[in-house]
Design a protein around this ligand. Sequence first.
Ligand SMILES: Cc1ncc(COP(=O)(O)O)c(C=O)c1O
Length: 400
Amino acid sequence: MKYDFDEIIERRGTDAYKYVYLKDVCGRDDVLPMWVADMDFATPPFVMRTLQKRLEQRIMGYTCSTTEYRQSIVDWCRSHYQWEIKPEYINYVPGVVAGIYLAIQTFTEKGDKILIQDPVYHPFRFVPEGSDRVVKWNHLVRTESSFEMDFDALREDVKGCKMMILCNPHNPAGICWSRDTLQKVAQICAEEGVLVVSDEIHCDMVLGGHQHIPFATVSEEAGRISITLQAPSKTFNMPGIVCSQAVVLNPLLREKYFSYIENSDMDLGNVFCYSCAAACYTDEGNEWREQMLDYVQGNIDLLADGLENATDKIKVIRPQASFLVLLDCRNLLAQLAGESTGEEAQEKLVRFLADKCGVGFNSGSMFGPGGVGYMRANLGCPRSVVKQSLEQIVAGLATL
Ligand SMILES: Cc1ncc(COP(=O)(O)O)c(C=O)c1O
């Protein structure tokens, strides 16, 4: 392997979100911080070189999205997803969450209903609620190995909604939705006149044997009713640079959405974002990405196999994409909960994992009602940290 993912880089004292809010989220700051979704690997050298080159310009004035930037996205979509898009379909957005916010502002009114599928990435709920929209839950259904959609429920739940926010691949369960599933979603939403905002930020982190299918490509109607949000930020560990993009095929949606973005100056990216994104969407970027994913797969196998051999109290839902891993802790929760239920019981689970196991994971309940009994671990970290977390969990469970 050309790149070193074993290296431990000290992040305390660097304003890293993961450490600054560790105590708030996990109740203590001496746990292994395996929560917020950035990786503890060095940001790739081609990004660092790009930053240095830009610094040499010595003037940090207003910057525009470049032809190279748009073309790098066009080429990447073609070579990775056989998706033919044009540069004019693309607009910069200052983060995927901001892209969701901007879509909500553009296409919905206060009081409108927006459908999301829990357990799901928490801003899907907080962003609409923060804008006085009403969240309509459409619960994913637990299967033996993961979760799936319930189309009968979706058909009912989506009635009267203006928008659905789809997570593809799905965070926190790491699901690459199949073509058939996406086609059904498209058909149901098209029939009900619902706009689909497809958050595809994890699309470039598909793990062995699985495939990412962009929602907009699964049918003519999917392309017509959707906005796709992508970013190199998660995959290449540079969310702090803030570079994300919207891809919109339908000219009417595009005109409305891009005008809103441009009129509010939200397409004015910082001086680094365009060139850093273009540096990632390259062969060199792809090589780094593949090596990073091999390493992450090794981390997932280590934790999943280790827990499988040691306990039936925590089951790893093996992700098809991303470094985020959902842990089914419902057996453990049942043992810890006593008389308590819901959030109170969940808090006992969070406390047990932090206090007795020394690990700081995200609580599943933040992903909505379907997340109670689950925790989300971030395995985008050196192998030694995963090994240590496994040992600490096994030791903690032994105290029960
Ligand atoms: C599904 C999903 N969307 C969006 C984001 C955040 O994206 P951004 O930092 O570009 O707003 C995350 C981060 O974890 C995520 O998992």
